[in-house]
Design a protein around this ligand. Sequence first.
Ligand SMILES: [Zn+2]
Length: 439
Amino acid sequence: MTRKRRRLRKIKLPKINLPKLKVKKKTGPRRRIRKSIIIIPLLVISLIFGLFYVPKMIDNGKLKDLGYSKEEITAIRELKLTKTILDNEWYSDYLAISIRDKSIKTEYIELYLVSSSLSDKEFLLYNRLIDKGYNKEQVLKLFKHLRFFEITPLLVFDYQEDIQVYIDDCIANKETNSEDYFVLSNNYYTHYQDAKPAPDPTNINLLVNKTYYVDASFEPVQIAPLSVQYAAKDLQLSAEAASALAQWCNKAISLKDEITGESPVRFYAVSAYRSYERQETLYNNYVKAMGEEKADAVSARPGFSEHQTGLTVDLAAVGSEGLSAFKDTEAYNWVIANGADFGWILRYPEGKTSITGYDFEPWHYRYIGVDLAKKVVESKLTYDEYWMLYLAPWNDEANTYPKVVENKQEENKQEENITEENITEETQPEENNTEEPNT
Ligand SMILES: [Zn+2]
């Protein structure tokens, strides 16, 4: 038995080992094939990785070093801003936020680096300055050093060859200047120098100032007489403005003082529409009496008076004497607080003389319609600035920025002919007619 078993074992052993030997023999060449199948793609992948991903990883590292998060870096890649940002080594929190939420406007990327916050109005201002003739470097410098309300007057002022002088002036007056009060040490506005016809003069939003004028033949749309309930005798306004004045006055009349039972804020118009000829006579009389220089200080040259638009009134309070006394009345405070609700704005505010070209005129109001008046008041800009920013036609149609221009009306682009026509301003009302209206 033991022999038999031994024999059996001897026989069985090779049977068990055979398959193992067979496998070993067959796997040798297969492995070599598999190795080459794996190694070649690996080399290709490594090459691709080396060529494309390593530089990306290096860039990512640089972006991370600048301060961008992983999420921001992904967005930077999607927006294709990597090169621009790395070339300039740009980082700002505001830029990072804008990149992350994809609100960034990549065409204005340099602006993000010089401004602490940006919205549509800043982008619009940027474009308007370019339109006015400033180059990109000048505009970026302005945004870097100045606040929004310090830049907007430049839309009204002459083109400034040396922008640094203006910046230094703003910085020197930084402590006292604000949205409500803006005074500079130098003058940047040469009145009447580049006089242009007011674009779209039949539009209720037309601008008449020491640059934009209306022709001698211009007359208000649908001129209408003012009731003596709201105005001195024989005054007229454009029909829409006349109606708005009546509503404004009626509201004031309806308010009753608890003790007297009378309205404490009654006011009326002492001056309204003035024709070109009327203004010309007034101005010439001043010139005869005091010479041109002094006349310009107290009277408007014909064509440049807002009164010719038929959209302007000078107001006085019932019971108070003279126009200049208006600012000390309750009526003035009420008019200022409620004017926009009736479409009227104070045209020459206190502390904005360098922009408007006029001293503070508490009596002089301009009708522009309720919606626009509310926007102008909210903007805290003078109407000159507001118009130049939001309403003026563009020099170059291709440079328009219509999406954010809420108030932009149909543009009747006109030739900007510089005329040699004599110019006129108005700083004083035609007459100090404080005659009480018949009620
Ligand atoms: Zn006036």
